[in-house]
Structure formats: C-alpha cells, structure tokens
Write a protein of this length. Sequence first.
Length: 69
Amino acid sequence: MTDFLSRLLDRLSDYLALRKGLLPILGIVLVAANFVLSFFNLGWVTDSDLLLHLGVVVAILGIMMAWAL
C-alpha cells in the first residue's frame, strides 16, 4: 500500500509540475459554480456554500504546490 501511494504521489507531482495553474483555475471554477448555483435552491449544497469552500481550499493548495514545484 505504501509503494502504491508513493508512486501515485510521484505521478501526481510530475503531472502538476507541468500544469502549475491547473488547481488554481479549478478553484476559480468551483467558486464561480457556487455563485451560479446560489440562485437555485439545491438544499445543503447551496446552504453550506460547499463549492465555495472547496474552491478556496483547492486554489490555495494549488498556489502552494505551484510555488513548491
């Protein structure tokens, strides 16, 4: 299991090293999707602003990973 996780992280790191802006753009898309979905009543997804929080976390992690890579 540890070997699998190590290989997975190596592949993910190699993939994201060439695409440094992918995670911040994905975060921006999630925040924009949250804005659009806020006009519709979709239950707990829109009440809790799930996509907003997820988008901010993904964008911050993406910026930190791009800086490190």
